[in-house]
Design a protein around this ligand. Structure first.
Ligand code: SAH
Length: 364
């Protein structure tokens, strides 16, 4: 039986890049094709036990078991929303820190997993539950990847269609492991990999400019979302404190450079908070920022995602009323800016945007 100690001490196979696995196998004198076989078990067959890797020689399986654990996520709780389409898992990691992962199904067609990149978050956005709980630690690449595999397993025969880095944490504050996890998830099926398309993945950032710049260089086809929430510095700094360091002018410039470099669309995220950021003035200022973000006039590559604020314990603000939401949308529409008013999901199980935090403390 695996003990908590062995889980802590042994590295996880999911933390390894393909090259690292190949190097490890080479030191054991194993032929190179073993890496592909193992990859296939890990990322296509989604096995949870070394003994299930039946085409590996017994000796190699024993060696793998001696040196690695398969995974580190220990499920602590699973909750299902009454909407019937949303479920959330709370996982414990060997060091006791906890993360949450949310799986959302839409129309029996799109199936999106929302994954965490850190336990907790240091960004301290006032209206976000993860921000309110503070930072615990960065996740390893394997701990990020495992959340996706977990959701894929839960879906059984149905295929996972999208992965969004919109759970706990700030992906660009844990940049290298996040990019490594993307690499792992997008490894083509012909190579034994999970094979999800980069275009099916979205990384969401609070607006860390150095991360946005790096991502423009190396993000490939992966989508980028920026959590904006306010269109003036005074208000944004109150809601999203990191704005003091990376103010709107520079953020918008980085976003425009991202579009210029990648020729890809980008989305701005905006949680509508009653009488805080849902005013006509903010809507108009947002229109202006979107215009400044687009490199060429007349060509719109920015999409605005609006979502009514989800309730959190540490923030008194409330979701905008339907009338105020509509009025906000109208300002954007009249300016020709594409926007979506998103439907809230999983609020009854606190699985909505900004509601994720470790809730079940150990030993009470
Ligand atoms: N740190 C990254 C990834 C988190 S994504 C980021 O900020 O983008 C989670 C999304 O939910 C972000 O857009 C975040 O701003 C938003 N959010 C946070 N708290 C929320 C709340 N209470 N209601 C609605 N959306 C919220």
């Amino acid at each position: 039986m695996k003990t908590a100690t062995s889980l802590t001490l042994l590295p996880s196979l999911y933390d390894l890049t393909r090259a690292q696995l190949e190097a490890q196998l080479a030191t054991w004198g194993e032929p190179a094709y073993r890496a592909r076989q193992i990859w296939h078990w890990l990322y296509q067959r989604l096995v949870t036990d070394f003994d299930a890797m039946t085409d590996l020689p017994r000796g190699l399986r024993a060696r793998l078991k001696e040196h690695f654990v398969l995974g580190r996520l220990i499920p602590v709780a699973e909750q299902r929303s009454t909407d019937g389409w949303t479920r959330k898992w709370l996982f414990q990691l060997p060091d006791g820190s906890q993360i949450e992962t949310v799986l959302m199904e839409y129309d029996g067609e799109r199936r999106t997993v929302c994954i965490s990149s850190q336990a907790g978050c240091a960004m301290a956005c006032s209206f976000c539950a993860t921000g309110q709980m503070g930072f615990v630690r960065n996740l390893r690449s394997g701990e990020i990847v495992e959340q996706v595999l977990w959701a894929a397993r839960a879906l059984g025969d149905e295929r996972l269609s999208n992965v969004v880095y919109m759970g706990m944490g700030e992906p660009f504050a844990n940049y290298a492991p996040v990019m490594e996890s993307i690499q792992r998830l997008t490894t083509p099926t012909q190579e034994g990999g999970f094979g999800i398309g980069a275009r099916k993945i979205t990384v969401s950032t609070v607006g860390l400019i150095p991360g946005i710049r790096r991502f423009a260089e190396e993000g490939g086809q992966v989508n980028l979302a920026i959590s904006l929430h306010a269109a003036t510095d005074e208000l944004r700094t109150r809601l999203v404190p990191i704005n003091a360091r990376y103010p709107l002018r520079e953020l918008v410039r980085a976003a425009r450079e991202y579009i210029e470099k990648t020729n890809r669309r980008l989305s701005y995220e905006w949680a509508l908070i009653d009488h805080v950021n849902d005013t006509p003035e903010q809507a108009q200022a947002l229109v202006e920022l979107v215009r400044q973000t687009n490199p060429r006039p007349g060509v719109n590559l920015v999409h605005v995602n609006l979502i009514p604020l989800n309730p959190t314990a540490g923030y008194a603000g409330r979701a905008s009323s339907a009338a105020r939401r509509q009025a906000f949308v109208q300002v954007l529409r009249r300016a020709g800016i594409p926007c979506t008013l998103r439907v809230r999901r999983g609020i009854d199980i606190a699985a909505g945007c900004g509601q994720l935090k470790a809730q079940h403390k150990q030993n009470g």
